[in-house]
Design a protein around this ligand. Structure first.
Ligand code: PLP
Length: 406
């Protein structure tokens, strides 16, 4: 357990007592073991693009490094990158933020989530998180000593944002509501009607809205991304999050952003000043290049993800006892299955890995209560591997543990 005292008696902080070890770890470790033994593993567990960062972006970083951009910079990030982010948000998402004071460049979207929660959540506060959801929200809320309040969304309703269910959980202790659109793991996109309903629910409360839009550029078919802060009534209470990892294949660069009204960004900046201080200097000009000059490459990657989504949906639809969510964005397929057809997902994921060399994430990583019979499959991999891996998953879902070996 995270808080157990070490042999020499060093006791971790009690705030870690509630932080669960990631259920994903067991999958990563086992996959690494198989690969060390020379086996091919189908990697559907990974939440990062399988593409390289566009060349223009890399060149920009090299130029900056050679120019000597190797020192501390402004706490909020360089004004040039903040301006590029503000311009991009205005053009593509109808979001209007001042580069100076309303945009903070972060160390990945991860830090944006951390700063927002640390800046605004106290012990006793409640944070509503519709689930299934990326686990970091829940664990950051716990690190802040606040209480995550999961609200179950319905698989049969494609995990659409259930604003009535959220409303039923709003209390005087509600400090924040988290939404993620397009969603990890479901790929569901929040509609404008739902945002208007959410606005009605939050009106008159002092709850903030944390809107994680890191997948906003990965949208498919007729789906449209709506940023909550583009609604004038929601803007005041919304902290918008985005990043470079997913759209530009820059996950290892660790850059993202937090944007919101000055009143909300200033406290987040105060946390930043005493933690990570500033983003890496020579990476920031390159991130600005991504936004200004690498949109074509990003569109190529988006189109390929859409093609894979369609292949994946086709292969997984129609398996008896299996329900696949139709994702309108991101790069995941989320499926739920009837307990009668296979063991719980934590066990099924281990069986898939040991018998079929397929790595997936069990739904419990996104919803400890409701994800017992669910799997997340990332299609950030080659389409041939996707086809083969999904065939193996289908086989596993139609043959219970112990019934057969491949
Ligand atoms: C929903 C969501 N938000 C944020 C992040 C973190 O992104 P970054 O790599 O920019 O920290 C991830 C990464 O998987 C994610 O899935």
């Amino acid at each position: 357990m995270a808080t157990s005292t070490s042999e020499r008696g060093f006791r971790p902080a009690s705030r870690l007592s509630e932080i669960r070890p990631s259920p994903i770890r067991a999958i990563f470790d086992k996959a690494a073991e198989l690969e060390a033994d020379g086996e091919k593993v189908y990697h559907f567990e990974i939440g990062r693009p399988d593409f390289d960062t566009p060349a223009t972006v890399k060149e920009s970083a090299i130029t900056a490094l050679n120019r000597g951009d190797v020192h501390y910079g402004p706490n909020a990030g360089t004004l040039d990158l903040r301006s590029a982010i503000a311009d991009d948000l205005a053009q593509r998402r109808l979001l209007h933020y001042e580069a100076d004071g309303e945009v903070l460049v972060t160390i990945g979207a991860n830090e944006a989530v951390f700063l927002a929660i640390m800046a605004f959540c106290d012990p006793g506060d409640e944070v509503i998180i519709p689930v299934p959801a990326w686990a970091h929200y829940r664990e950051c809320v716990r690190l802040a000593g606040a209480t995550p309040i999961p609200v179950e969304l319905d698989a049969e309703d494609n995990y659409n944002l259930d604003v009535e269910a959220i409303a039923a959980h709003v209390t005087s202790a509600t400090r924040m509501v988290v939404i993620c659109t397009p969603n990890n793991p479901s790929g569901t996109v929040v509609g404008e009607d739902e945002l208007n309903m959410l606005n009605d629910v939050l009106k008159g409360t002092d709850a903030l809205l944390l809107s994680d839009e890191i997948y906003a550029d990965l949208i498919y078919g007729d789906a449209v991304h709506h940023s909550p802060a583009a609604l004038p009534d929601l803007r005041d209470r919304t902290l918008s999050i985005g990043g470079f990892a997913k759209a530009f294949a820059m996950d290892g660069w660790r850059l993202g952003w937090l944007a919101g009204p000055r009143e909300l960004i200033t406290p987040a900046l105060r946390v930043r000043q005493f933690t990570t201080v500033c983003p890496p200097a020579f990476l920031q000009p390159a991130a600005a290049t991504a936004l200004r000059s690498a949109r074509e490459e990003a569109e190529g990657m988006r189109a390929e993800f859409e093609r894979r989504r369609n292949v994946g949906l086709e292969l997984l639809t129609g398996i008896p006892g299996v329900h696949v969510t139709r994702p309108d964005g991101a790069f995941y397929l989320y499926l739920t299955y009837d307990p009668a057809i296979a063991e719980p997902a934590d066990e099924l994921a281990l069986r898939l890995l040991s018998e079929d060399n397929v790595a997936v994430i069990p739904g419990t990583a996104f919803d400890p209560e409701g994800g017992t019979y669910a799997l997340r499959i990332s299609y950030a991999c080659h389409v041939d591997d996707l086809r083969e891996g999904l065939t193996r998953i289908t086989h596993a879902l139609t043959t219970k543990q112990g019934e057969t070996n491949r």
